[in-house]
Design a protein around this ligand. Structure first.
Ligand SMILES: [Zn+2]
Length: 400
């Protein structure tokens, strides 16, 4: 191994500087020194400055283009904004390329501003910087389109889904002139007369990854009152939004959404609803109030699951039921106590799920629905040696 040190002259700043490398032997080192003197012509400092300049040039270019295209201003520190602007510029370039492609359908072209808006509504510089990998320039068009879709998905999953549904409808209708189709109406926003907050809460529905219908709620800012309301509606926080699985007591997505919307509107939140129907039902109180005192059924343990909202403390009362156990967040009671559970539900106005109701009926009529244990087989005795503490008994030292 031989260290090669070449003295080079920087063509940018004129300074002399040293470049080093390791070669297999002195001969190769000498050759490298000759090569380096001719080919390494910019010092580290100048190279760094050039990279910095190139970055600044890109940022300036992106800023100019953003201004020309009237993109919304980004929010963040000046440094973040400069960078995020470039990332957004790359993503929007890709968007424009897709929208103007011959293969892109009339529906998408007609809704171009809607698609642009999905990304342009993202004005936090940090949002773009967090997704820098998805914003980088790609060589292949299909990779670029995939990344663009992922970005849109991240930015406004709900709006993108609405457009996808509308797109399918348009396609099945034989691709008419998209202008004639009321393709994807914006979600209606209701602003309460006693408006207390500027931003809008949003209530949408979907399915969780287990295929269970859910209602989701979001508010763009941290807000304690919002948090208290969604929690009082049994929502839990996950994946950046509040969500509630639609169990029977919710009476369906529309009913639950309207009930939640009504509470938010009454607290002074503007609310964006998924449909005009739900909005109407929330404003007019046209929904069935949700009973959060529930009795559900666990068919594996054959026990009733009793649960009440935070504001009621029914623990002591529920624990008086025969055979009760505390299994957070439920008090559970064995099926044998079905009659007592029924009385408890009646006295305290609990909602009984249909599975729990069925279990009660089956108990009452003597029908037993059981999960049988595996059938036993007679196993003939054989001469398998006895094992104690993992050691064959024959091998255990008697004196030990
Ligand atoms: Zn230099």
């Amino acid at each position: 191994m031989a260290k090669a040190v070449a003295t080079c002259t920087c063509t940018e700043c004129g300074k002399e500087f040293q470049a080093t490398s390791f070669r297999r032997n002195t001969r190769e080192a000498d050759e490298w020194v000759k090569w380096a003197a001719r080919h390494i012509t910019v010092c580290d400092e100048c190279e760094k400055n050039a990279a910095e300049e190139e970055k600044n040039r890109q940022n300036d270019e992106a800023a100019t283009r953003s201004a020309e295209r009237n993109y919304p201003e980004l929010v963040g520190t000046p440094k973040q904004i400069a960078w995020a602007n470039t990332l957004r510029d790359h993503a929007m370039e890709r968007m424009e390329k897709w929208l103007s492609d011959d293969a892109t359908q009339a529906f998408e072209k007609y809704h171009a501003d809607d698609f642009r808006g999905i990304l342009l509504r993202k004005v936090e510089a940090s949002w773009w910087i967090d997704r820098k990998g998805q914003c980088e320039m790609c060589t292949s068009d299909s990779v670029a389109f995939g990344a663009l879709q992922r970005l849109m998905q991240d930015a406004d999953h709900e709006r993108l889904s609405e457009l996808a549904v509308a797109h399918r409808a348009w396609y099945h209708a034989g691709r008419p002139d998209p202008a004639t189709m009321d393709a994807a109406p914006e979600r209606p926003t209701v602003v309460p007369v006693d408006q207390k907050y500027q931003a809008s809460a949003m209530i949408v529905s979907g399915e969780n990854r287990f295929g269970v219908p859910c209602v989701y709620a979001t508010f763009p800012e941290k807000n304690e009152e919002f948090r208290i309301i969604v929690k009082s509606m049994g929502m839990i926080w996950g994946d950046g939004r509040w969500n509630k699985q639609m169990l029977e007591n919710c009476m369906g997505v529309e009913n639950y959404s309207a009930a939640l919307g009504s509470r938010l509107l009454n607290a002074g939140f503007p609310v964006k609803f998924e449909s005009a129907n739900i909005a109407h039902s929330a404003v007019e109180s046209g929904y069935t109030p949700i009973n959060f005192r529930t009795i559900a059924w666990n068919k594996d343990d054959r026990r009733f699951l009793i649960r009440w909202p935070e504001e009621n403390d029914h623990y002591a009362m529920a624990r008086k039921l025969p055979g009760s156990k505390w299994e957070r967040p439920y008090v559970t009671v064995p099926v044998s106590a079905w009659a007592a559970v029924q009385d408890f539900a009646m006295d305290n106005d609990y909602f009984i799920s249909s599975a729990a109701r069925q279990a009660m009926e089956e108990e009452e009529t003597g029908t037993v629905c059981a999960k049988p244990a595996p059938a036993k087989e007679h196993i003939p005795a054989d001469n398998t040696p006895e094992v104690r503490d993992g050691v064959l008994v024959d091998l255990i030292d008697d004196k030990a």
